[in-house]
Design a protein around this ligand. Structure first.
Ligand code: C5J
Length: 228
């Protein structure tokens, strides 16, 4: 399938172009999603994020089967923390913060177990992983260059959390000219009200930052798709 196909979405159908689209999976990391990780240690209900794992797994499988490109991101910092802004380190006044020992190694530090992607969605060989020090995937990374080199103009965006790293990334992408389709059952927030509002903000005002759709509609469209 190489033709542009309309996918049901809000605020209006998304013109899915298999020749210029990539799947961008944001921060599906153990420390955010797994029981016993940093997210749960802070008092968050990880089940709110874990409900996205199965829909993401199905979408990723269909995406890979269609031979379409996928990019993964991880939020985290160098072990020496030189890329960690002091403001980010002390924000929240928590007794345990980024770089400190946590339940799954040093919190949000590259190379630590908790920083890595959950096994259910682990990147396949050849799938780029973008390590980002900020909330947005475009800040201080080479993601934009990588997408441009591949001719990518559309991003189907999944991951966590809806109101923080997903929203920030979609806004950054929108300003760089990408058409973003956010997959509502594949993005999650610890807070149900932020999940609802985070999605509403994207599709409001005629799709001010992008579109919102569901994984079943996307899977139906890409089934059997091939870049050949
Ligand atoms: C947060 C993220 N919430 N991936 N990170 O700190 O949304």
């Amino acid at each position: 399938m190489n033709t542009i196909t309309e996918i049901a979405a809000e605020p209006y159908p998304y013109a899915f172009d298999p020749a210029h689209v990539a799947l961008l999976i944001i921060d599906m990391q153990r420390d955010f999603l797994e029981p016993g990780g940093f997210g749960e240690m802070l008092g968050n209900d990880v089940s709110q994020l874990r409900r996205t794992i199965e829909p993401n797994r199905r979408l990723l499988a269909a995406w890979r089967a269609a031979g379409l490109p996928v990019f993964h991101t991880r939020e985290g910092h160098r072990p020496d923390l030189f890329d960690l802004p002091p403001a980010k380190k002390i924000r929240g006044r928590s007794a345990t913060c980024i770089g400190d020992p946590g339940p799954m190694g040093r919190i949000l530090v590259r190379g630590e177990p908790g920083h890595d992607i959950i096994p259910e969605l682990y990147p396949a060989p050849g799938e780029p992983v973008i390590d980002k020090p900020g909330k947005g995937a475009f800040f201080a990374t080479d993601l934009h260059a990588m997408l441009e080199h591949r001719g990518i103009k559309q991003l189907v965006v999944t991951g966590v959390t809806t109101e923080v790293c997903v929203n920030t990334t979609v806004r950054e992408a929108n300003d760089r000219g990408y058409d973003c389709l956010v997959v509502e059952d594949c993005v999650g927030s610890y807070f149900p009200e932020f999940q609802a509002m985070g999605l509403k903000m994207i599709k409001a005002q005629g799709g001010i930052f992008g579109w919102v759709g569901d994984s079943a509609s996307i899977i139906k469209t890409i089934a059997g798709a091939s870049r050949a």
